[in-house]
Write a protein that binds this ligand. Structure first.
Ligand code: ADP
Length: 368
């Protein structure tokens, strides 16, 4: 019987439990044994009871659970070859040669590297006497398939990463709550959302809540951003708006590459010589990651988990390491490293049109 292991790695995201459930059950459905590697790559390196066989009922009820019940971790050891050697040994000792990894681009890059190195890792384990040659014969190829779990929606080549719509929903809900108090007191709120390199969450939250102004890393603000923002907020206030919402991504930058911080924005809105607004900062922080996955992420987790098991069973030594994407509503396999390289080269989440659209529906754009 083929043995397939599933793990979650890197930052947690809502929907990861749905992935594990789908992979475990699909593996069993396909006549395979299913294993979970607990604590991400840490579990692969440490082995022992961090690699556990899973049965159908072990994942019952997991669809509606937030976070990842099998744990996730950053693992320094896996960046180094000795760590990956131990990981390879642990997989072989458990009889596993197919791995499904749900994580961000870091985790998936690590996975591709592991697969590339696999034959040489086995040779080294045999040469150093860690394993007998006969133990490795049945495991000459390691099949790996990636699933993208990330709240940032920061991987190229797929429309949505597992977890991003849950995080976006949570942000919108939080902004709605803030808006009530903002209107009551005629206050301004600077809301910081996650996204160090990718402003998808900030931009889409701005679209979905009708924010007054947005700062994202992909569209560095012009040198005159201060005047521009104050001017727009001033116009909105003059048109009778009693609340001001500015959404800022963690990684917001200006054209010179300097960071724009929530405090800078707050000081500007509160400046007595300017707008003089009663302004508060709300950092949403880990609230955005938490909680149960929205329906879309559960669906994505389940359909992509099923496809990942099929892909890992059909993989041959010749096929490139793939990940499961959703493109135009279709669940498809794509070469992993091309997407990772594309992500570093171009910003997927934002094109100019999105930004302009988000901004063109604001009050001051309306001319009677
Ligand atoms: P994410 O998967 O969310 O992008 P990280 O970049 O922190 O998060 O990666 C998670 C883990 O994946 C790391 O702690 C490390 O164990 C492994 N990893 C990441 N990049 C590599 C790499 N280039 N080589 C080997 N392992 C890696």
């Amino acid at each position: 019987r083929k043995k397939i292991a599933i793990m979650t790695s890197g930052g947690d995201s809502p929907g990861m439990n749905g992935v594990v459930r789908a992979c475990v059950r699909m593996a069993i459905h396909m006549g395979c044994d299913a294993y979970c590697v607990y604590e991400g790559y840490e579990g692969l390196v440490r082995g022992g009871d961090l690699i556990r066989k899973m049965e159908w009922y072990d994942v019952r009820g997991w669809l509606s659970e937030g976070g990842t019940l099998i744990g996730t971790a950053r693992c320094m050891a896996f960046y180094e070859r000795p760590g990956r050697l131990t990981a390879a040994k642990n997989l072989i000792l458990n009889g596993i040669d197919a791995l499904i990894i749900c994580g961000g681009d870091g985790s998936l890059t690590g996975a591709d590297r592991f697969r590339q190195e696999w034959p040489s890792l086995l040779d080294e384990l045999v040469a150093t006497g860690e394993l007998q040659a006969e133990q490795t014969h049945a495991y000459r190829h390691l099949n790996i398939v990636g699933l993208v779990g990330s709240i940032d929606n920061d991987l190229s080549g797929t429309d949505a990463t597992i977890g991003c719509y849950s995080a976006l929903s949570r942000i919108c809900y939080a902004v709605d709550l803030i808006e009530a108090t903002a209107s009551s007191h005629s206050r301004a709120f600077v809301v910081e959302v996650m996204g160090r390199h990718c402003g998808w969450l900030a931009l889409m939250a701005g679209v979905a809540t009708g924010a007054d102004f947005i700062f994202i890393p992909e569209k560095p603000s012009e040198a005159n951003w201060r005047e521009e923002m104050c001017n727009i907020v001033h116009q909105h206030r003059a048109l009778g708006k009693r609340k001001t919402i500015v959404i800022i991504a963690e990684g917001a930058l200006d054209r010179q590459g300097s960071k724009i911080t929530p405090t800078m924005v707050k000081d500007l809105l509160a400046d007595k010589d300017g707008l003089g607004l009663d302004t508060r900062i709300t950092t949403l922080g880990h609230v955005q990651r938490g909680g149960t996955a929205v329906a879309y992420d559960r669906m994505l987790a389940t359909l992509q988990g099923v496809e990942a098991v099929k892909a890992v069973l059909e993989a041959t030594p010749e096929t490139k390491t793939c990940f499961i994407a959703i493109t135009e509503n279709k669940i498809i396999r794509k070469p992993l490293m091309e997407a990772v390289i594309d992500t570093k080269r171009v910003s997927k989440a934002i094109d100019q049109q999105d930004f302009d659209l988000a901004m063109s529906l604001r009050d001051h754009e309306f001319a009677e």
